[in-house]
Design a protein around this ligand. Structure first.
Ligand code: NAD
Length: 296
């Protein structure tokens, strides 16, 4: 039986590890938080009190951690994954982190004789619980082939995006596009209202015309046309503004590193920074429609 060490048992990691347990993997877990380890034990996982103990006997290590600095420390630190994992173990980082750090940690893994992929996800806590996450994977063909069957029980879709770091690249580019499209849809509704256009009428037109996009037809920022969208429950997330801003900051870091010209992405990052700065980081990111009118 394949044994997996899962490090970072938070909002995403805990339900992801549960789906691996349900699929019959032996899962060893570590998190700094006592309550996270207790919840993991309650779900049938085997908790440990250090990275070293959790990874010692594992065939694969999965990390689901808050940011790049923590990921780097967990892998490369003196008591970290590289120093304690067994020879040949596969490393999978599913955290959302910057492309440069993802490539750096992967190259350190290769230097220690391990294979590693970056495999960030979209789909949120709901997708993690349902086992329907979209994984965007960066790494060699060989590493991807080893990672795929391990990701399967947690996934609705798994895409190999190319070499190391390309999973994170796909994730930041997609989320930058999402931020821009949500602001665009919101601006169109706001202008339509100012011109006396009914929300549902504009939705019916744009949803069947060239303005059609996910931000309009699946996640509509006004109440009514798409009953399941957060606009219908006072913009309770969903996908919180603070999380969108985290991803936009990673996109802007990549823009600074590459010199790519992204005027709309840059403006979207400014708008979500202002919304977060006004104390609305916990509001769903589609609440930007109210930020644009000055309501929040
Ligand atoms: P979270 O804060 O709920 O979980 C992170 C966990 O990591 C916490 O339990 C924390 O105690 C643990 N941790 C921190 N430092 C650690 C260390 N050194 N060793 C072991 N454990 C440590 O965050 P989350 O929502 O589960 O997100 C995890 C990652 O997934 C982030 O990179 C996030 O951007 C990404 N992500 C989140 C969502 C979402 O909707 N929540 C969606 C897609 C991607």
């Amino acid at each position: 039986m394949t044994t997996i060490a899962f490090i970072g048992l938070g909002n995403m990691g805990l339900p992801m590890s549960q789906n691996l347990l349900k699929a019959g993997f032996a899962v060893r877990g570590f998190d700094l938080s006592d309550s996270a380890r207790a919840a993991f034990a309650g779900a049938g996982g085997q908790p440990f009190t250090s990275v070293a103990e959790a990874v010692a006997d594992a065939d694969a290590v999965i990390t689901m951690l808050p940011n790049g600095a923590i990921v780097k420390d967990v892998y490369e630190g003196a008591d970290g994954v590289f120093a304690n994992a067994k020879a040949g173990a596969l490393m999978i980082d599913s955290s959302t982190i910057d492309v440069a750090t993802a490539r750096e940690v992967c190259s350190a893994a290769v230097g220690k004789g391990f294979e590693m992929v970056d495999a960030p996800v979209s789909g949120g806590v709901g997708g993690a619980a349902a086992g329907t996450l979209a994984f965007m994977v960066g790494g060699t063909e060989a590493a991807f082939a080893r990672a795929e069957p391990i990701l399967q029980p947690m996934a609705g879709k798994i895409v190999h995006c190319g070499a190391s770091g390309n999973g994170q690249a796909a994730k930041v580019c997609n989320n930058m596009l999402l931020a821009i499209s949500m602001i665009g849809v919101s601006e169109a509704f706001n202008l339509g209202r100012a011109l006396g256009l009914d929300d549902q009428v504009f939705f019916d037109v744009a949803a069947n015309a060239s303005g059609q996009c996910w931000s309009l037809t699946t996640y509509c920022p006004v109440p009514g046309p798409v009953p399941a969208s957060p606009a219908n429950r006072d913009y309770k997330p969903g996908f919180a503004t603070a999380l969108m801003l985290k991803d936009l900051k990673l996109a802007m870091q990549a823009v600074a590193d590459t010199g790519a010209n992204t005027p709309m992405g840059t403006r979207a990052a400014e708008i979500y920074t202002a919304m977060d700065g006004n104390g609305h980081g916990g509001v769903d990111f589609s609440g930007v429609i109210k930020h644009l009118t000055g309501e929040i």
